[in-house]
Each structure stands twice: as structure tokens, then as C-alpha cells.
Design a protein around this ligand. Structure first.
Ligand code: SF4
Length: 552
């Protein structure tokens, strides 16, 4: 049925793999061959895709797959002792399945719960603020639930500390106003607001839309990038949990502006628990004329949105890798040009915008470009959501105008005694205390929104090791400098941690960092060395002061 719904194209591949896994617990060799036959693909091709994604199992796993987040915030808040408790309770190590087939224990990358760290997923359920005792009780509940065939323990409530303005305007005011304008006027309004993409790259949204509107294609797409995989980021999850209609509204405005008829939300696998409520919200919009044909009575304005589930791959946050994934392939970034606005999904012009960008669009149209442009700085207009975690007393999502200093942000979140702050996720920048007067704005630190606070006692080599474990896991493997270079850097950092290496060796690692930066194909490899370069620049004395160091 799924194959038929996709006209037996390979875009059906990942949804079929996910469905088989849901129904049978794994995608067996037999299933891989059968799927290949149905879609007219080679079995090796199907296997290659299935094994690329972390959330697709090609080998048997437990009925309960426990994925404990090993992001830095979780590690700082005690993930390792929770891990020991789980291992003791289950009698297995990470990477193993209990002999009775009940539990599989795995580490995973950030699951978007850093402000309630440590956190884990059990199948699709989130459990946060973990302690060893709590982890023990959760395992008991799982057993209880299985024995009595009841659902497992309920979801954990979440809190956030932001005063989001997103929901404060009249519902659909942005869309209604957009429909009083011509599509070109909407594009001009967005351009006049000065908004830049909130995913991290900061490309001007008005320019992207103008190019997409001018691009030729039988069909155009709006893709909402909800593959929020940058460690330390959880703002998009909050938006989709609490303000999904504002995101849908932004997508609908984008569709009107550029002439698109289909919208896709690429939702990361770790957020599967949101899918049902998002689909219900989309159905409600169809019922009230906000999606479908002749939206809000506008003749000929047809647009609908579907949700496509990611399957566990950080690199799919890169827009061309995301499109590859939507088309049923491994999430390998493409060479550019051509850009997605000309040749995107299914070869058609495609606008890929971040969740937060689309939310802001609704506000811009509701309140006007001048209002938005009056907030922030010369090159960074409007407000920004920051996901703050780590060594601070008030972690959460904060909505603040661009241009505040790192110090002001730390005061707001209770991170006053920080040693350093990582801004922009693992691919971003490490800012030492001596530079806390720097501004969060494109003039200085233009970031996607992740802020991780490191207190005075944190060992920066621990931080670097954690980052490189992540990059080694998440490299798509397409290019050698990233695939092999990050492994070498991880080995080097482990040697540095043990005080086994000389300062000359450290210099060689930095030289390797520079090679990886200039020779990698996409942002992952180009930015992964940032952390080692930063700690060498700002904390070299700390590294060299380790026992044995500096003697060679
Ligand atoms: Fe893949 Fe890394 Fe190359 Fe990017 S830089 S294409 S993630 S191997």
C-alpha cells in the first residue's frame, strides 16, 4: 500500500522500512529483498539505505530499545551513573540485548532534552531528569507494562522558561494578511523584515523565497526542516509541541509567496512522539479551510502538508542531505550548485526553511516587517530562540533579541560562574570567559540557537572527546577527510587525555584539523575541528599541564 501511495518510487523506501520495523521489530534480510523487488531496486541498495539510519534495525533488538542520550549536557548531569544503573538492572552492556529479547541498551546522540538531562528514549517515549533510582523504577514499569500488556509509563512533563511571543498574535493573522497581498508583495515584506534563516547558516529568507518564486518548475515544495539534531538544541521541539499551528501557518505563507502546492515536514526520528498530535493539528486545519483547496476562500490557492519521519541521522539536517533522505536514499549531502531552490525535491524548486524561521514568518506577516526589523541589530533582525543547557541554574528556551552579549545571556539563565560557553552546537564556537562580552548576532556570533554552559570544573578535553565521538558516529562517510580525519582526532584527544602526547603531537593534531576543515564536503567536516582548535587556542596551558605532557 505504501509503495502504491508513492507510485512505487524509491521515495517510499524509508517509510516502508519504518513500517516493516514497526510491525515486525526489525527489517530482516527477507524483508529487504522483498522491499527491493516491490520497488524495483537492488537488494544491496536497500541494505545500504537501511543500514545508514540509526533508527532502522536490520538485526533483532529488544522489545524495549533504550537509547540514553550522551550529549554533553547529559554527561555533565550524571548520564554515566544512570548508564551503570541500567547495565546493572538489565545485566547487559551498552550495545547488547537481554537474552530474553526484552531490552536493548544503546547510547544515542542528543534527543533534544538537554534542559532536563540526563534523558533517554524508550522506543518513542521520552524520559528525562533521570537519576539511577528513577531509571530503576522506569525499568520496573516497563516490565510491569509488558507483563500486563498495558502501555508503558507515561510521558514526562516539560517546562520551559521563555516568554514566547509566537502565540501572542491573533490566530492566522499572518496568513490572512498575506492573502490580502500579492505573492510578490509577501516576498518583499519578508525581505524587508531582514529575517535570516534560523537553522544556523543565516541565509536571508527573503532572498531564498525570491529565487524560489522565480524558479521554473511544474511543482514547487516547501520543506520544513524539523531535523533538529544539533546537540544542545531543543527550541524546534518546543515550537512543534506548543505552537505547531504557527509553523504550519508559516509554511502556508511560504507556499503562497513562491507558488508551492506541497509541503513536507521532515521530523527527526527522535521526535516520533510528536507525530500523532501534529497529524491531528494538520487534519483540523484541513477541516477549517486552512489547508487543502482554495485556502481561506482564495481561489486557486491549494496547498497541503505531510509529515515525513526521519530515521536517525544528524547529517540530514543539512538541506541537500535531507532532500536525498526524502527521496529514499542515504542522507549524503549533494554538491552545490545547483541549489534546492532550483533543483530540490524530485528535481523541483524547493524551499527548505527551519521550524523557527517559519514561525517567525507568521509573526512578520501578522505584525509587519517594520516591527520585526526594529528589533535586534543592523545585520541581525528580530528575536531569536536560544536553547540553553549545561552548568546554569535556569536551563530552557529563551526568546531574546539578537545582539545581547554572552554575559547578558548567562545572567538571564543563571550561568554566572561559567568557564566557557559553546554557542551554535557542537559545530559552533567555544567562547572562553575572557570573551563573554561578545554579541550573539551575525555581526559577531551568528548561531542556530544552542548554548551549552561549562562551569569552572569542566575538563575541556572531556568536552572535546564527547564532541568527536559524536562526529565520528554521525559522519556520513562520503569524504575521506571527515570520515577518517575525525577518527584520528578522537584518537589524538584520548591520547592527550591520558597525558601520553607531546606538544608537538598537539600541533600536528591542529594541522590535521585545518586539513579536514578545508577539504571536507559539507558543514559537518568543515566545522567538526572547531572545538579542538578552540581549546588549543584558549586552554592550551590546561592541556599541557596534564601529567607527562610537555616532556617529549
Ligand atoms: Fe559526509 Fe562528513 Fe563529507 Fe559531510 S564532510 S559529506 S558528513 S563525510
Amino acid at each position: 500500500q505504501l509503495a502504491d501511495a508513492h507510485a512505487r518510487k524509491r521515495s517510499a523506501l524509508i517509510p516502508i522500512l519504518q513500517t516493516v520495523q514497526r510491525d515486525y521489530g526489525e527489517v530482516s534480510q527477507f524483508a529487504l529483498q522483498h522491499i527491493a523487488d516491490v520497488l524495483g531496486l537492488h537488494a544491496a541498495d536497500v541494505y545500504s539505505v537501511a543500514t545508514f539510519y540509526q533508527f532502522i534495525n536490520t538485526a533483532p533488538k529488544g522489545k524495549f530499545i533504550i537509547r540514553l542520550s550522551r550529549d554533553m549536557s547529559s554527561m555533565m548531569k550524571g548520564a554515566k551513573i544512570v548508564a551503570r544503573q541500567l547495565e546493572n538492572d538489565l545485566g547487559i552492556k551498552f550495545g547488547e540485548t537481554t537474552p530474553d529479547g526484552m531490552f536493548t541498551l544503546e547510547w544515542t546522540s542528543c534527543i533534544g532534552m538537554n534542559y532536563q538531562a540526563p534523558a533517554m528514549l524508550i522506543n518513542n517515549e521520552v524520559f528525562s531528569n533521570l537519576t539511577p533510582q528513577r531509571a530503576h523504577l522506569i525499568i520496573e514499569d516497563c516490565l510491569q507494562g509488558f507483563r500486563s500488556h498495558r502501555p508503558t509509563v507515561g510521558k514526562i512533563g516539560e517546562t520551559y522558561s521563555s516568554a514566547l511571543t509566537y502565540a501572542s498574535h491573533e490566530a492566522e493573522a499572518g496568513l490572512r494578511r498575506a492573502l490580502t497581498m500579492s505573492p510578490a508583495e509577501v516576498v518583499s515584506e519578508v525581505a524587508a523584515s531582514g529575517i535570516r534563516g534560523r537553522g544556523g547558516a543565516g541565509f536571508p529568507t527573503g532572498t531564498k523565497w525570491r529565487l524560489a518564486a522565480a524558479a521554473k518548475g511544474d511543482l514547487k515544495y516547501i520543506v520544513c526542516n524539523a531535523d533538529e539534531g544539533e546537540p544542545g538544541t531543543f527550541k524546534d521541539r518546543i515550537l512543534l509541541s506548543r505552537f505547531a499551528d504557527v509553523v504550519f501557518e508559516g509554511m502556508t505563507i511560504a507556499a503562497y509567496a513562491v507558488g508551492a502546492r506541497e509541503g513536507v515536514i521532515y521530523l527527526r526520528a527522535e521526535y516520533t512522539f510528536l507525530k500523532t498530535q501534529l497529524e491531528a493539528a494538520l487534519a483540523a486545519r484541513r477541516q477549517t479551510g486552512l489547508l487543502g483547496k482554495n485556502i481561506l476562500g482564495r481561489d486557486g490557492f491549494d496547498f497541503d502538508i505531510r509529515i515525513h519521519m526521519g530515521a536517525g541521522a544528524y547529517v540530514c539536517g543539512e538541506e541537500t542531505a535531507l532532500i536525498e533522505s526524502l527521496e529514499g536514499r542515504r542522507g549524503h549531502p549533494r554538491n552545490r550548485p545547483p541549489y534546492p531552490i532550483d533543483v530540490g525535491l524530485n528535481g523541483m524548486p524547493t524551499v527548505v526553511n527551519n521550524v523557527e524561521t517559519l514561525s517567525s514568518i507568521s509573526c512578520i506577516l501578522a505584525r509587519g516587517a517594520a516591527w520585526f526589523a526594529s528589533i535586534g541589530t543592523e545585520r541581525s533582525k528580530g528575536f531569536k530562540l536560544f536553547s540553553v543547557s549545561g552548568d546554569c541554574t535556569r536551563p530552557g528556551v529563551y526568546e531574546l533579541p539578537w545582539g545581547i552579549t554572552v554575559e547578558e545571556l548567562l545572567e538571564t539563565v543563571g550561568g554566572g560562574n561559567a568557564k566557557a560557553v559553546q554557542v551554535g552546537g557542537y559545530s559552533g564556537q567555544l567562547i572562553p570567559a575572557s570573551q563573554f562580552d561578545r554579541r550573539l548576532a551575525y555581526e559577531d556570533l551568528g548561531i542556530g540557537g544552542s548554548v551549552i554552559v561549562y562551569g569552572q570544573d569542566r575538563d575541556m578535553l572531556d568536552v572535546a572527546e564527547n564532541y568527536f565521538e559524536f562526529f565520528v558516529d554521525e559522519s556520513c562517510g562520503q569524504c575521506t577527510p571527515c570520515r577518517d580525519g575525525n577518527v584520528k582526532l578522537l584518537e589524538g584527544i584520548r591520547a592527550l587525555r591520558q597525558g601520553k602526547c607531546s606538544s608537538r603531537y598537539l600541533n600536528e593534531l591542529i594541522s590535521l584539523c585545518e586539513t579536514i576543515q578545508v577539504s571536507s564536503k559539507c558543514g559537518l567536516g568543515q566545522l567538526s575541528p572547531n572545538i579542538l582548535i578552540a581549546i588549543n587556542t584558549h586552554f592550551r596551558d590546561e592541556i599541557l599541564a596534564r601529567p607527562v605532557m610537555g616532556q617529549h
